[in-house]
Design a protein around this ligand. Structure first.
Ligand SMILES: C[S@@+](CC[C@H](N)C(=O)[O-])C[C@H]1O[C@@H](n2cnc3c(N)ncnc32)[C@H](O)[C@@H]1O
Length: 642
């Protein structure tokens, strides 16, 4: 029987496997520090394979580099032995909801989700710290041990979290920020579907570095533009630097399969369709290209004669007399003509009557979003007012993003018709989760969210956080931003749900809370060689004493790559509790005293996967027989132990 591995995937190993597929001859074996054989790359051979296209040594090349890049790459690839522990009390509709709230560092969360959500997420929206010099960056500790780190930074918060205010006095001001964002972007990309997309909010401070890092991670060809949005907050003028009243959202697709969706039309959009015929409302646009690139030499194939209703051939000639061009080639023009989408109008000029040609656009063809200038959306002050309202007028969070902006992002990147996963791993006050619930309510969508937020300690030095801290105290909750975020989603979900109980009775306003914690397995699980003979009796069970059956269940789901948002039910079989995930997708029993009779009864349910505790069997012979019993009664079941 196979054992579960109980740590996040080792991405270096995965990269070696990918190279092995292309160049099997370049993968060889070497012994690691413990003398165990492991797969390694023979770089000399790989170099030979790529001889004509390799850049060696100090030769100049175009690339993004910063002190810490190597560590950032290692940070992204290193596996972690952590897990997600469910927390029913803090969840809403734990058993049935399809939404997840993950509490912890997003680097860990992204690693833990690598297998389960690989190529599954349609949209990722993030709003990372902008690196204003006052916001906090959570320092990853892969490259340095704690002593070295604290020696350098001499900063930690009261709960010992290594959060640093990244001030410009710090010589690594930009490097620290890029080192923070780069591994997260790399891991995030793996989670995106091939037709998926990431929207990243950013300010002036790091937009240049973000673009360079994201170009490298997603590929420059997948850059889809940068939205500029007026924040609506007047800053006055600065003498040394022009003041910033806009906020950016940078967009990268996973591949060319991503397409922007249409935005529903507002009254203003409909009003421009000012003509009508038996097919409906339409507008006309000149068939001759106007604006830029409108000369014959710009597109010579778009200069050709067409015939007027009067039977004359006309060419695209500008009013000033120079040769211009049509908006499309001849084939496309003929297609438009056959489809009845060409309209002729006779105009009088200086006593002479002339034909002019137009293309008809009917209402209902949908408006594709194409502009990078977002005007007329809610500003930041409105966002703060809306959030304050949720918290009974108290201001508990600085700089939330407007819900309407997130809804617009949801509308142009996802469709209401399709069930899809939306992720935000810098959740802050939970605007993305709120917007997903609201948008699903507005358009009857089936989007599900995964919100990740660090339990960042609230500080009494900051007025807003002081209010938030008092709020947490009143609720009897820990003083963290994650608590504010969960409470916001609870309140927003409840409000939207109750206000729309009749029109949206099946709206999912719940979320399953999962907290990142140390593995459920004792150290010995990972380092069996280190155990001495004398210590063995205490280690018969390899599971930490404080972990519940539900904790184990979620670690199994993670390890097996089973969706963490699937419905879970419990049944008692032969006096033992069994968890069934999504009907019979997985059956898990973590009790002790498992005998053959129980195994037979469980096998009769024909689960696709079954899992037991290694120390759960009454005897070694039962453990050995399990596979036989399943082979007989449910041969398709895959069985594992932990
Ligand atoms: C700019 S705020 C996001 C605000 C959010 N868009 C909203 O509308 O409320 C960034 C958030 O990311 C969180 N954060 C920073 N580093 C993190 C990390 N390593 N893991 C998870 N969350 C983190 C911070 O606690 C902060 O609340």
């Amino acid at each position: 029987m196979d054992k579960l591995k109980m740590h996040s995937p080792d991405l270096t190993e995965a990269n070696i496997a990918k190279l092995a597929e292309l160049f099997p001859n370049c993968v060889t074996e070497a012994k690691d520090a413990k003398g165990e054989p492991r797969k390694v790359i023979d770089f000399d051979l790989l170099r030979q394979e790529l001889a004509s296209s390799i850049v060696e040594g100090p030769q100049e090349r175009y690339q993004l580099n910063w002190p810490g890049k190597r560590e950032a790459l290692l940070t992204a690839n290193a596996p972690i032995a952590r897990t997600l522990r469910p927390c029913r009390e803090e969840s809403v509709d734990f058993d049935s909801t399809q939404n997840l709230f993950i509490e912890g560092d997003n680097l860990d969360a992204l690693k833990l989700l690598q297998e389960t959500y690989l190529n599954k997420v349609k949209l990722i929206y993030i709003d990372p710290p902008y690196n204003t010099g006052n916001d906090f960056i959570y320092a990853d500790d892969f490259a340095e041990d704690a002593e070295t780190y604290f020696g350098r930074s001499a900063q930690k918060d009261e709960s010992g979290n290594r959060l640093i205010a990244n001030t410009e006095a710090n010589g690594r001001f930009h490097s620290d920020w890029v080192s923070m964002i780069y591994p997260r972007l790399k891991l995030a990309r793996n989670l995106l579907r091939d037709d998926g997309v990431i929207f990243i909010s950013i300010g002036d401070e790091e937009i240049h570095n973000l673009r360079r890092a994201a170009d490298e991670v997603f590929g420059e060809m997948n850059y889809r533009g940068t939205i500029a949005r007026a924040t609506g907050t007047r800053m006055g003028s600065g003498n040394t630097r022009i003041s910033s009243e806009i906020d950016f959202v940078v967009i990268y697709a996973k591949s060319d399969l991503y397409e922007f969706q249409s935005l529903p039309m507002g009254d203003e959009d409909v009003a421009i369709y000012d003509q009508q015929d038996e097919r409906g409302r339409y507008l006309t646009r000149s068939l001759r290209r106007t604006g830029g690139e409108n000369r014959r030499e710009d597109r010579p194939t778009m200069y050709y004669p067409i015939t007027t209703p009067g039977g004359q051939a006309i060419y695209p000639i500008a009013p000033e007399g120079w040769e211009s061009r049509w908006v499309c080639g001849k084939d496309k023009y003929e297609e438009l003509l056959r489809a009845g989408l060409i309209e002729w109008k006779q105009v009088q000029k200086e006593g002479v009557s002339r034909w002019q040609v137009y293309q008809k656009h009917y209402l209902g063809e949908g408006l594709k979003y194409s502009s990078n200038l977002w005007v007329g959306v809610e500003g930041n002050k409105k966002a703060t007012r809306d959030l304050n309202q949720i918290f009974d007028g108290r201001k508990v969070f600085d700089h939330p993003k407007p819900i309407e902006v997130l809804q617009r992002i949801l509308m142009i990147s996802t469709s209401a018709k399709e069930e899809c996963v939306i992720m935000d791993f810098f959740s802050g006050s939970g605007t993305t989760a709120h917007a997903v619930i609201k948008q699903n309510c507005d358009d009857n969508g089936k989007r599900k969210f995964i919100a990740v937020q660090l339990p960042e300690a609230l500080s009494s030095d900051n007025r807003t956080q002081q209010v938030a801290l008092e709020f947490c105290d009143a609720l009897g909750k820990p003083r963290t931003i994650a608590e504010i975020c969960k409470e916001r989603i609870r309140r927003a979900g409840k409000k939207i749900g109750s206000e729309n109980a009749i029109t949206a009775p099946n709206l999912d306003t719940g979320f399953r809370v999962l907290k990142i914690d140390s593995s459920n397995m004792k150290e010995v699980y990972y380092t069996p060689d280190a155990v001495t003979q004398e210590a063995l009796p205490g280690l018969v069970d390899n599971i930490r004493a404080d972990r519940t059956a539900e904790d184990l269940l979620f670690q199994v789901l993670l390890d097996w790559g089973v969706d963490l948002a699937l419905p879970i039910s419990q049944q008692t079989i032969a006096g033992k509790t069994v968890f069934f995930v999504d009907g019979n997708a997985l059956a898990a029993c973590f009790e002790t005293g498992i005998d053959e009779d129980f195994v037979k009864q469980l096998a009769a349910h024909k689960p696709l996967r079954a899992v037991f505790r290694d120390a759960g069997f009454v005897s070694d012979s039962v453990k050995i027989n399990v596979e036989q019993v399943f082979k007989l009664l449910s041969p398709a079941t895959e069985i594992k132990t932990l």
